[in-house]
Design a protein around this ligand. Structure first.
Ligand SMILES: Cc1cc2nc3c(=O)[nH]c(=O)nc-3n(C[C@H](O)[C@H](O)[C@H](O)COP(=O)(O)O)c2cc1C
Length: 186
């Protein structure tokens, strides 16, 4: 297949869309982010927030943030949180919020999976602040477990690539097993 060289554009992979949460001025605020991920085998996430976002103020001030995985049926509110700023509109009533015993950052009850993270490092990057957070607490809806493991198909996250949202498809293979078939001539 012929390769076409295009302009540099970081549309490299479908990314899960999450809602990052922080208390700002004593109220929960949530923003939609795609720049979120795992950085190592330890329980550490990063979120990259524009330094002018309302949520960024709360993460800086409190040293904690939450990561909430919305299911695909929450797409309208998810997109809304990424379209309006808490600076102009109070987003605290969009969801019902809960806290763990530390009370450090609000989490969204309606999201099937939630993480509370403590900021351990912050790296400024081109007008964004990349917050690395150690996961302190993890919550999952009981009906999204298969056995004791969170089940992606039950959580039903939203993915984005470019300017569209997507649903998770069906499993395409088993991790660390598909490659072995090469050695086994399967
Ligand atoms: C799908 C989607 C992904 C987004 N990803 C990010 C992101 O990774 N980082 C970021 O700073 N803003 C991102 N945004 C923009 C913010 O969510 C948006 O500017 C929001 O209104 C900021 O809210 P706040 O000021 O209340 O924090 C994204 C928006 C959408 C719709």
């Amino acid at each position: 297949m012929k390769k076409v060289k295009i302009k540099n554009y970081p549309m490299v992979n479908p990314t899960p869309i999450v809602l990052a949460g922080a208390d700002v001025n004593g109220k929960p605020n949530y923003t939609t982010i795609g720049a979120f991920g795992v950085v190592c085998t330890g329980p550490i996430f990063y979120i990259s927030l524009k330094d002018t976002h309302f949520t960024t103020i709360g993460v800086r001030e409190n040293g904690y943030f939450s990561v909430n995985i919305p299911s695909a049926d929450m797409i309208q509110k998810t997109d809304y949180c990424g379209s309006v700023s808490g600076k102009a509109i109070d987003k605290s009533h969009l969801f019902s919020s809960f806290y763990n015993e530390s009370g450090k950052a609000p989490m969204i009850s309606e999201c099937p999976m939630n993480f509370l993270c403590k900021v351990i490092q912050t790296v400024p990057m081109n007008g964004f602040e990349v917050f690395f957070g150690e996961i302190i607490s993890t919550f999952v809806n009981e009906d999204c477990l298969t056995g004791d493991v969170p089940d992606p198909l039950k959580i039903n996250p939203t993915l984005a690539m470019g300017l569209n949202y997507y649903n998770l498809g069906q499993p395409a293979g088993a991790v660390f097993k598909e490659g072995k078939k090469i050695d086994n001539n399967e």
